[in-house]
Design a protein around this ligand. Structure first.
Ligand SMILES: [Zn+2]
Ligand SMILES: [Zn+2]
Length: 330
């Protein structure tokens, strides 16, 4: 099968004869339709820290092609997406519905096992989610990144009259803005150096674009860092209101020096936000079917599989890129 394989750091290859996955009794094989390129795919490309060779990609939609002998409730041809981290379902956290905190398994699609930037991907049947007919395959590939913003906002404790500053208007920043709007937050501001991405946030209806140096002395009560750069981590702590909340959604693989003195002296609530629960993932699918997200502003372009490296990865790695989410049509 065709597959986009990370061979080692900064070395991606479009393989034409990668072995098609073979499924176990409780797995299904999915014929992938769309797969988004995620910031974490770019981090893996830039910094490695994944076992290579590896097929990247975890934001996908597709159709069931083959079903394991012990799988019930699913049929060949079903339109699906899937929760891309395999969870045990039995540990302390899974029992509470906090699958993103599962302690028993560390299986991440496109991170520790082969992902969905390929013609076929295999997945445990318990991670599957049905896509209603009203959700297109394109939107189906956005469930994952939308869930990241949805979880971050839902668990932040933000109230409707609070002010939020979102740092970064890439896919996760835009997803976070969408989730803030769904939570009826009116005062949303964006910090984003790229004019293209800034305009996407403005089109979504954020109040205003701001610069860290121009924020008043009181500062916003909530900051959502969706960029994940050493500078944005520091900016977030620096500009947040005393006693305010910094929610960290943007992932940076390297260690970053942070002034904990500032965190302590300002009584900043630092909150990591990682993934989303299975329930939240399904809630996002339901919201998508009700057309609650402006997905047209999140997807900047669709590229053919053959062009995924040049028009996808290389485009997104440009400092002056003009794109949020790029979907690969497979
Ligand atoms: Zn992702
Ligand atoms: Zn678990």
């Amino acid at each position: 099968m065709k597959a986009l394989v990370l061979k080692t750091i900064k070395d991606l290859e479009l393989s034409k004869d990668f072995p098609r996955p073979t499924i176990s009794k409780k797995e299904v094989l999915i014929r992938v339709k769309y797969c988004g390129i995620c910031g974490s795919d770019l981090e893996a490309y830039n910094y490695g820290k994944v076992l290579t060779p590896l097929i990247l990609g975890h934001e996908f939609s597709g159709e069931i092609e083959e079903i394991g002998s012990k799988v019930t409730d699913w049929n060949i041809g079903d339109r699906v997406t899937a929760y891309p981290g395999e969870f045990c379902g039995k540990c302390y956290f899974c029992k509470k519905g906090e699958e993103n905190r599962c302690i028993s398994t560390m299986v991440g699609l496109g991170i520790s096992v082969n992902g969905a930037l390929a013609e076929y991907v295999k997945i445990s049947s318990k991670s599957l989610c049905k896509l209603p007919d009203s959700v297109s395959y394109e939107d189906g590939a956005l469930v994952e990144p939308l869930s990241v913003g949805y979880h971050g906002v839902k668990n932040s404790g933000i109230q409707s009259n609070d002010t939020a500053v979102v740092i970064g208007a890439g896919t996760i920043g835009l997803s976070t803005i969408q989730a803030l709007k769904l939570s009826n937050i009116e005062n949303i501001y964006i910090i984003e150096p790229s004019e293209f991405n800034r305009n996407l946030a403005l089109q979504m209806g954020v109040q205003k674009a701001v610069r860290p140096s121009k924020i008043n002395k009181i500062g916003p009560k909530f900051i959502f860092d969706c960029a994940g750069f050493p500078k944005t981590y520091k900016d977030a702590i620096h500009i947040v209101q005393r006693g305010g909340h910094v929610v960290l959604l943007g992932v940076h693989f390297e260690n970053v020096p942070i002034s904990f003195l500032e965190v302590i002296a300002k009584e900043v609530n630092l909150k990591g936000s990682f993934g989303y629960s299975f329930e939240e993932f399904k809630e996002v699918i339901a919201l998508l079917s009700q057309k609650k997200f402006q997905t047209n502003l999140i997807v900047s372009k669709k590229v053919r599989f053959e062009n995924a490296i040049n028009e996808g990865f290389h485009e997104l790695l440009k400092p002056n890129r003009k794109a949020a989410k790029i979907l690969v049509e497979i």
